[in-house]
Design a protein around this ligand. Structure first.
Ligand SMILES: Nc1ncnc2c1ncn2[C@@H]1O[C@H](COP(=O)(O)OP(=O)(O)OP(=O)(O)O)[C@@H](O)[C@H]1O
Length: 251
């Protein structure tokens, strides 16, 4: 297997008396989708926040591209290519689809946001922004107001906004949430394409999507990883089956 791009080493985090991350260690290698699954409240979103630097760890190390980034700020980690997908709520509905992506390009390059000035005129921003939109199949929607997109297209725009920050690793927190069956199929195709270029850490509740997408799956329960393996290994794992009340999901 290739050298890991992201290495988590024995991460620990408590909120008061509640251990939300309890000795988590895992790797993401280039070209793989590594899914983290687990019941509600298992600590999946917390884990993403620890990787981006939004939450400070009590102990443990986050290593990205061979560099220990544990004590770096969110911005410094983002500059190194650690990108999380932004939620639909961060999309600016009155701005065009292209402008939304262009703002992310602008943020990546450190200039301040200038909301009062149309971003669309700035060719240096629009080139990479359009490339990000095309990578998620939104090239033909560039001129539309972002607010007019369907739910699934907004999820595609979230991905484009993450891509516009020139990531090496994508941290995706439930990228399929709220998508209908056709939208889910489209988003799965897009993620399989993106995997060829980016390492992806995926948190997702839709088990069928996880099984279709993931090269490896780690199972988090009450802040602890109880298993890491291929989809086939995880589906056959007795401890994983026992940890899920709805065993049907693993069938
Ligand atoms: N800032 C906080 N302060 C106190 N407790 C928190 C905080 N953030 C999260 N928690 C608790 O930590 C635990 C893990 O939450 P987290 O959101 O990471 O779980 P999750 O696996 O992402 O859940 P879900 O699948 O429902 O999104 C939960 O019990 C939650 O209530």
């Amino acid at each position: 297997m290739a050298e890991p791009l992201l290495e988590l080493r024995d991460l620990q985090k408590s909120f008061g008396g509640l251990r939300v991350t309890d000795g988590v260690s895992l790797d993401v290698v280039p070209g793989e989708i590594h899914a983290v699954i687990g019941p509600n409240g298992a600590g999946k979103t917390t884990l993403i926040n620890e990787i981006t630097g939004r939450l400070l760890l009590d102990a443990g190390r986050v290593i990205f591209g061979g560099e220990d980034v544990t004590h770096l700020s969110m911005a410094a980690r983002a500059r190194r290519g650690l990108a999380r997908s932004f939620q639909i709520t961060s999309i600016l509905p009155g701005f065009s689809v292209l402008e939304n992506a262009a703002l992310a390009v602008q943020a990546r390059h450190g200039s301040s946001f200038r909301f009062c000035r149309p971003v669309a005129g700035e060719a240096a921003l629009n080139g990479p922004a359009l490339a990000a939109l095309e990578a998620v199949g939104l090239g033909t929607r560039a001129a539309l107001p972002a607010g007019s997109l369907s739910h699934g297209e907004k999820r595609q725009l979230e991905l484009a906004i993450a891509l516009a920050t020139e990531p090496r690793l994508l941290l995706l927190d439930e990228p399929l949430a709220g998508a209908g069956p056709e939208e889910t199929t489209r988003l799965i195709e897009i993620l399989l394409r993106l995997k060829q270029q980016y390492a992806i850490l995926l948190i997702e509740h839709d088990m069928q999507a996880v099984f279709a997408l993931a090269d490896r799956v780690s199972v988090l329960v009450y802040g602890r990883l109880i298993a890491t393996g291929t989809v086939a290994e995880i589906r056959a794992d007795a401890a994983v089956r026992a940890a899920y009340l709805g065993e049907d999901e693993l069938a």
